[in-house]
Each structure stands twice: as C-alpha cells, then as structure tokens.
Design a protein around this ligand. Sequence first.
Ligand SMILES: Nc1ncnc2c1ncn2[C@@H]1O[C@H](COP(=O)(O)OP(=O)(O)OP(=O)(O)O)[C@@H](O)[C@H]1O
Ligand SMILES: [Mg+2]
Length: 481
Amino acid sequence: MTALIKFFQTTTFRLSMTYFALFGAAATVAIAYIYWNTTILLSRQLEQTIQAEIQGLQEQYKQGGMAQLAATVAERSQTPGNSLYLVTDSRARHIAGNLQKVSPELWSTVGRVEFVYRRPAEGGPEKRLAFASVFRLPGGFRLIVGRDIEDRREFGRIISSTVLWGLGVMAILGIGGGYLVSRNLLSRIEAVTATSRTIMSGDLTGRVPISGSGDELDRLSQSLNDMLDRIEQLMNGLREVSDNIAHDLKTPLNRLRNRVEGALRDPSGEAAYREALERTIEEADDLIRTFNALLSIARLEAGAAGKTLEDVDLALVVKDVAELYEPLAEEQGLTLSVDAPDGVMLVGDRQLLGQALANLIDNAIKYGAPVAKPREAKSDILDDISVYVRHCGEIAEIAVEDHGVGIPAQERDRVLKRFVRLEASRSRPGSGLGLSLAAAVAHLHNGEIRLEDNQPGLKVVLGLPLKQGGLSLELNNRASA
Ligand SMILES: Nc1ncnc2c1ncn2[C@@H]1O[C@H](COP(=O)(O)OP(=O)(O)OP(=O)(O)O)[C@@H](O)[C@H]1O
Ligand SMILES: [Mg+2]
C-alpha cells in the first residue's frame, strides 16, 4: 500500500496525471464542439425539409381542400423514409398518414414539437423520437407533418459513449503509463538512496549505478559519483594525515617528554634544566615545522591551497631561492649553479613553487655532497649542484641535480610518501616531508615530479604545464627587439 502511495507521490506520476486531465479536457471540448455544430446543422436541415413538406401540402389543400390533402398524405405515407404524417378529423380519428397513434397532449399544442411515437418493427413496436409541426385546419381537422429523429438521438448517444470510452481508455493508458514511468524512475532514485545509505553507514566505496542512457538522471548520477570520488579521496587524505600524526609524531613527542623528565631528575640543577629546556625548544620548533609541513601537504592534496594563482616567471623564482641557499651550499663546501632563461611563464602559486624548489635544493645540499674524490679535479668541470629551467613543448621543467649517493631506482616512488627517509640519511636532520610537499605542489599545478639517476647522484625534475602562449609571447617579443 505504501509502495502504491509512493508511486502516486512521484513527480512523474503527477505530471502524467496533469497531462491526462489537460488532454482529456481538450478532447472533450473538441468533441463537444463538433457535436454541437453537427446538431445545429442537422436541425437546420430538418427544419428545411419539414418546411418544404408543409409548403407542398399547403398547395394541395388550397387546390383541392381536405380531400386532396388527405389523398396526398396517404400517397406520401406510402413512400418509405423518415417523413411522418397524420391527418385526423375533429374527433381525433385517423384519416390518413403513417403515424398511427399519438398522445392526446400533442393535440393541445400547435407549432413545433418533439415527441415519442411507436413504429411497428420486426420484434414488435419500437419507441422512436420524432420532430413535427402540428396544425389545426378548419372544421376541426388536424395535420401533423414531421420527421423521425431517432438517428439523431442515436448520434448523440454514440458521441457521448465515444467521449466516455475515449476518456476511459485515456485514463487507463495515462495511469498505466504514468505508473510504468514512475516505477522506472523510482527504482533509479531508490538506487541513489541505497547508495547514500551505504555511504552513510561508513562505506565510502558505494557508487550510484549509471544506466548508460545518458539522460539527465545519468548525468546527475555521474556528478554524484565524481563528488563521491572526491570525498573519498579527501577522506583518505585526512585518514592518512591522522595516521601519520598518530604514528610519526608520537615518537618525537615521547622523546621530548622523556628528556624533560630526565632533566627534572638530573641532580646537577639549573644548568641541566637550562640545557634541557633549550633542546626542548629546538625539538618543539622541529615538531611545529613538521606539523606545518604535514598540514600544508594535506591542504595541497585536498586542493584547498594554492588559490592565489598568478603569472609566474620561473627564472625569478629559481634565482630567488638559489640566492637564499647559496650561503648554505658554500658552508658545506658545495658549488651551486643556476641556469634559468627569462620568460618561461606559468600560471601558479609563486610561494608554493618556491617552497617546493627550496625543498629540492635543501635535499641536494644535505644528501648531494659528492662521494667521489678528489673534488678539485671534478669541480673544474661540474658544479656540485645545478639548478636549471627548461621548456619541452608545453611543459616547463625545473631540475635540481647533485652528485651525491642518489636514490636507488626501487626507492624512488617510496621516498615521495610522507615521513619516508632512507636509511643512509638518518644521520641528517629532517622529517621526510620535503619531497611529499614538492610532489603535492607539482600535482596542484597539474604537473609531476620525477626522480632520475644523475650518474652519479640524483636529478629531481618538476614538470609543470606552461602558461598557454606565455613562452611564445616572450620569444616573439625578443625576436622583435
Ligand atoms: N638529493 C638526494 N640524494 C639522496 N637522497 C635523497 C635526496 N633527496 C632526498 N633523498 C632521500 O629521500 C628522503 C626523503 O626526502 P625528503 O626531502 O622528503 O625528507 P627529508 O629531507 O628527510 O626531510 P625534510 O625535507 O622534511 O626536512 C630523504 O630522507 C633521503 O633519504
Ligand atoms: Mg628534504
């Protein structure tokens, strides 16, 4: 029962009912209009026919009086057809005509009248409708001239039964069609509801089925599925971040706590406290940095950051960052070279691109010191770290190369994950988030990050789509200058 009520409540069902009502009303009006006009036409014809008959009889009466009138009526009554005649004397006795008996009330009326008469038929006399003119003639004689209009009544009956049947069939088709369409629609909506229930119960993998017809419901389902994909991706990102925080930040926090506890127990007093507090501050700063990096990555992956897109000239970014890191490289006894032609433009977030590049240069300085000696012989030919910008077709490439130990091919995917640090670099400070952030920045710019063998060392390439027309515009300017 409730299922049936559900059908009646669907928009499709209501729509089909509205259409049915409108169409039914229109059809009824059209048929009624035809009926009305036909009736008027038939009445006019009837009137004319009777009028002609009367005229004929009138002439006969004028010519030969009552006797000739009765004779003509008797003669005309012989001809089969729909014409009806009756002539009676003053006592209502039948003189001539094919009408046998009429009701006495008919005699009291004069003029146009509609009445029912009996006509002999095969299965006994039948009642039929007639329309006639009644005249009183001198001497008490009466004349009735009319026509059988039973066919017209039959026509009316046919029209009304046509309307009724038509409306009936239309109602059945309308309700039936509405029911079928609504059932189809309802089952597809039910599928969406079922999916949303699955998702509400915690299973984010549920998706709305697509019928493949490409209709508006399919398009809606597709958008819903895309939205669910995105939500699932964001939820997974969130889960990963919280897992990371739970696992990877617990250890440094515990270490911090143990250090403070150890310092409290240290009997050497203030000096020990001071030292412990200073180290605590350092570690807390590290933790804050890690937290910030982690949150930045999460925001980048969720697509929530990098909204401040602008035209970025990569040469400027690379030169700025390289300038910042030069002293640090020198301190480590490393040379840093930059090769960045002007005018490689892309649309992006200058701040984030700078951060990503800084992470790569920081890694090159930390892990990229050449292992092969003697350095002097080599440094004449090659810089220890080189940063350059290039463009290949529609892609701008920022590369950072070093001649350190490099990363084994099988580890190159793994180091892009959060908190992954290779065994060889455990001795250096770091939290294993630098490359993850660079990768997230590349993805945010619809680009990619590639780790390659620099033979020896590591080459990290950020491939980012160029601003459409940016480079060619710049090159044209140069050509015309
Ligand atoms: N240029 C490189 N040469 C060799 N190994 C590298 C290089 N860059 C990164 N790695 C390896 O990849 C790991 C991950 O690097 P990533 O920058 O993500 O973290 P990190 O440098 O350890 O810490 P953070 O950047 O967060 O301070 C490093 O720990 C190191 O083992
Ligand atoms: Mg790093």
